[in-house]
Ligand binder design. Structure first.
Ligand code: UDP
Length: 311
């Protein structure tokens, strides 16, 4: 039986990954300091003999007695409202945390996968974004703490691969949504769904013409699994290329929830990317991956989960 260690296991993506790897017959060691994660997301795994939770801050020294075959590095605050509240922790987990987890991968001879992000492209000047685009990031803006930490993480990951021969993988994740996102996560989809279900005004920032391309969590998890099991060392975009404006997304969610909420316009946050769409040619060619869940189906599943948690 193979063992996978997942950092950020109590978070949105970490918890879905824990489920997937348990289902695939792995032993899962889930590590989280619960800064933005929540044990509610993994409570159903407690008591499973193949799952172990360790409450730990990975920016401190990491000791694990077990043999570890794979490491998925997913720990980080991940919503723009978190970067504003937790800027130093965001920088620390991406830099010190990444360094220490790479050190653990080297020590254990484990294959390591880094959760990187479309944020490495910043406010992109090419569209859609291909992996060979270097990005347009403001290092001193409010998002810089996340974007630069992830860019550093990628550089550190490549250095451990090239200098120490650690087997590494880098996924660049585009906007992903699904059940278990925090009700007050602050990102567009959880905000819009919560507001619509409560009959509150739906807050669109700016004029809502900025675009995103949103991917359902199950599709993302499949992409991560395939990348981990592949031989690909260079970054791979995983996301759903179906792009829409935030105003259209708000309208779609109001309709799907059957809400009579009205849309209100609020200030656009600093450095908010104007457009974003993954070019997934490499994911298709290398991993045979493409997204399967369309937005209506994915949003309906997410709305059902929010409805349950709000009641
Ligand atoms: N957004 C919005 N209303 C909200 C939350 C977010 O209009 O209540 C916008 C935000 O300004 C951005 C887009 O939705 O243009 C996606 O934001 P999110 O925080 O989900 O992720 P990002 O891709 O910006 O990291």
């Amino acid at each position: 039986m193979k063992t996978v260690l997942i950092t950020g296991a109590a978070g949105f993506l970490g918890s879905h990954l824990s489920d997937r790897f348990i289902a695939e017959g792995f032993k899962v060691i889930g590590v989280d300091n619960l800064l933005t994660g929540d044990t509610d997301n993994i409570a159903h795994l407690f008591g499973n003999p193949n799952f172990k939770f360790v409450h730990h801050d990975i920016t401190e020294y990491n000791f694990f007695a077990e043999d570890i075959d794979y490491i998925l590095h997913f720990a980080s605050p991940a919503s723009p409202i978190d970067y504003l509240k937790l800027p130093i922790q965001t920088l620390k987990v991406g830099s010190l945390g990444t360094h220490k987890i790479l050190g653990l991968a080297k020590e254990k001879g484990a294959r390591y996968l880094l959760a990187s992000t479309s944020e490495v492209y910043g406010d992109p000047l090419i569209h859609p974004q291909t992996e060979d685009y270097w990005g347009n990031v403001n290092p001193v803006g409010s998002r810089g703490v996340y974007d630069e930490a992830k860019r550093f993480s990628e550089a550190m990951t490549m250095a451990y691969h090239q200098y120490h021969g650690v087997e590494t993988r880098i996924i660049r994740i585009f906007n992903t949504y699904g059940p278990r996102m925090r009700l007050h996560d602050g990102r567009a989809i959880p905000n819009f769904i919560r507001q619509a279900l409560k009959g509150e005004p739906v807050t669109v920032y700016g004029d809502g013409s900025q675009t995103r391309s949103v991917c359902y969590v199950d599709d993302l998890v499949e992409g991560i699994y395939r990348l981990l099991m592949s031989d690909e060392v260079n970054p791979v975009n995983i996301g759903n290329p179906s792009e829409l404006t935030m105003l259209d997304l708000a309208k779609e969610i109001i309709e799907l929830t059957g809400s009579d909420s009205k849309i209100v316009f609020e200030d656009l946050p600093q450095d908010d990317p104007k457009i974003r769409q993954p070019d997934i040619t490499r994911a298709k060619e290398i991993l045979g991956w493409s997204p399967k869940v369309d937005r209506k189906e994915g949003l309906e599943k997410t709305i059902a989960d929010f409805r349950k948690r709000l009641s």
